[in-house]
Ligand binder design. Sequence first.
Ligand SMILES: [Ca+2]
Length: 755
Amino acid sequence: MKYALFISIFFLSACESESKPTTATTNSAVVSADHVPTEKPAAVVPEAPKFDGVVSFDFVDNRHLAHNYDDGLLIDFGTAGSLKYIQGSWNSPWYEGTKDATFSYVYPKGVGASLRFPLIAPGVTGLTDDSWTAVFRLKPVGKQKADIFFRASNGEEKKIGSINEIAEGWGTYSVKIPAGYTIGQEHMLRVHFAHSQPIDGGRKSAAAIDWIRIGKGSTDKEPARIATAFDPAKKSITLAPGQRFFWYTMPGKGQSFAAKVEGTPSLEVTPYDGTTVSGKAEAGAIQMDFAKFAGKPVRIEFVNSSSAPAVFLNPALRSVQAEKIARAPGPKYVLVWLVDTLRADHVPLYNPKTDVEMPNLVEFAKTADVFQSGTVQGNSSLPTSASIFSAAYSPNHGMITEKAKLPADHTTFGEAFKKGGWATALFSSNGYVSNSWGFARGFDLEVNPIRENRPSDTEYLWPEAETWLKKQVTENPGKPALLYINTVDPHVPYDPPADVLAKYHQGGAVGKVSPRGTGQLLHDMAGGKISLNAAEAKYMHALYQGEITYNDIWFGKMLASLDAMGIRDQTMIVVTSDHGEEFGEYGKFGHGISVNQELVDVPFLISYRPWTKQGRVVSQDVEVVDILPTVLDAAGIEKSKSLQGASLVDLMLDPTELHPRAAFSYHNTFLRGARVGDWKYQLFNGDNDPLFYLPDGKDGADKNDISESKPLVRRMMRDSMAFQVGLDKVIDKSKHGTANNHSAELAKMLDSKGW
Ligand SMILES: [Ca+2]
């Protein structure tokens, strides 16, 4: 037997006080010289230091992302912060929170409940004895007993104890955690009660749970809770003696930490790949230059190792304000050029190693903002286009089956511009992106060659769109116009013209692959009926590359036409895709099958020359749900409430390096992806949640799972994913921020929501 099973269950007395956590401080205090308070402290009463820069991560607003360590990691059920430990309540056996006069709690569904958490204690590097405990504050439904299971990060689960005597009413119960588990790693605790009974509202449960505390020598003392520690009005965080709050996040370029403090708290920052750096109070403030943490996931801890309370005031990561670009009047024309099935790493601007030629897009980028990481919310045309057209995440718009239709209560691309008084036209060579699924709502004109049994290549689509646009420009010169174009060339069938294909393949067709038959071929391969040899796969890939270059030729003709019409400088042009394509990197071909980067990482460029003539690269992670809010903002049209994305106009006009955002993808109902900078995370239905470092990707970006070796990063992604999962039907990024950086308004909403 691997673990010493020393199991004892006991009631803890209310006044018991056990060992306090000790403080881990390594390295010396770091105080940046750049951020010395600008005002000199007065002789007796020090003035509050004034901090430079723009607040880009506010620790008080991000209180629900904080982990609370108070005599152990405290998981306070009935607060939104508990979402972090139950995967955002996704397929989770927990009901929503219930509040009574003094605290909030949660009923697990049925007899079981589980939670996932980092096994962590200050100054403890190994779990070498059995002094660790899990303490539960709960109230049984009827007569109950419970078995407690503990699962290591490698999936190995052990029963660690039982609670055989659960008294009526609220009580605390403790189970010892045997030695042998790995500090810092993610673990799972599972409670299995004897039976469930009806509670109310048709619900069945076995017990109400207020909190669970996990730590070395943890007791049943009343916890110092988030709701009392964080004061949003005063922007303060008060730590009880021995308490600490910590956040897992990734700082951006050029950020620094600053807070005024009272008492003697300290700051500890632990990068995923290095040792802890500590900051101590000087002149009533703690300040630290975060430049060395840029792009690195870190754990940031607010620590009070004294025996008196300590306070952080206005704690924030701040960015240096860059010079803004003047906001010239917005565009008169908006043109969306969507290239169906175009993965980012086949675009030279995103991957210098690709041999795909896109000279017109490369030239275009000289006067465009190139968003370095654009993430689609779906992995096939229907869900992603629904996210573009409604600016909503898929659990909200529900377009994940062919039977779904864009819901009437979502304002669509066409409707928003129509309402703003614009002329609107949709030219789509994708059969899904049509009125049959609700996409044409609000458009004056819909043209869909596929559904009209006409050729769908861009050489046919663009001339029709061009005719409409010319007519607008000449016959309605006073009226602004939206032109949404869904080109489909790189989608199967891969059938580029011979002169373009010659750039990527010499000689005739190879083996089983015929250009017009590639659609059926992908279908048969997905069904396992057929597989390709290396030469055939290479040829098929060359056909795909040829289609991209073919599309680029027509993109160039479109730009030349705008120039000829004299409207280029009046037009905001958005270039993106609805998903990529897999070419055997994971053994499969096609799309709609995963949230791997090959499918969800797409080109994302916006040009409006009065704003983008300098051609910047924007490093923030952006999502296609941001497109509609952006073009509406640029056009000066009010955005409706149903839109969940955020306008990127500020990013275009203000180069300040803000806190990195998270971007999310969805595959049906059972798989989600999250990206923050170079880090990628996938969450499958169940317990499988691999982590990837994208620069490691050689023959597949999402291949090398490092979740076991980088637990700090995994926890950061788990926290972000939890809030996206919990909020993706209601979050409005324009006022709530993102799942990994909450606004004051979102924090307030979460305060009231509980869980
Ligand atoms: Ca609670």
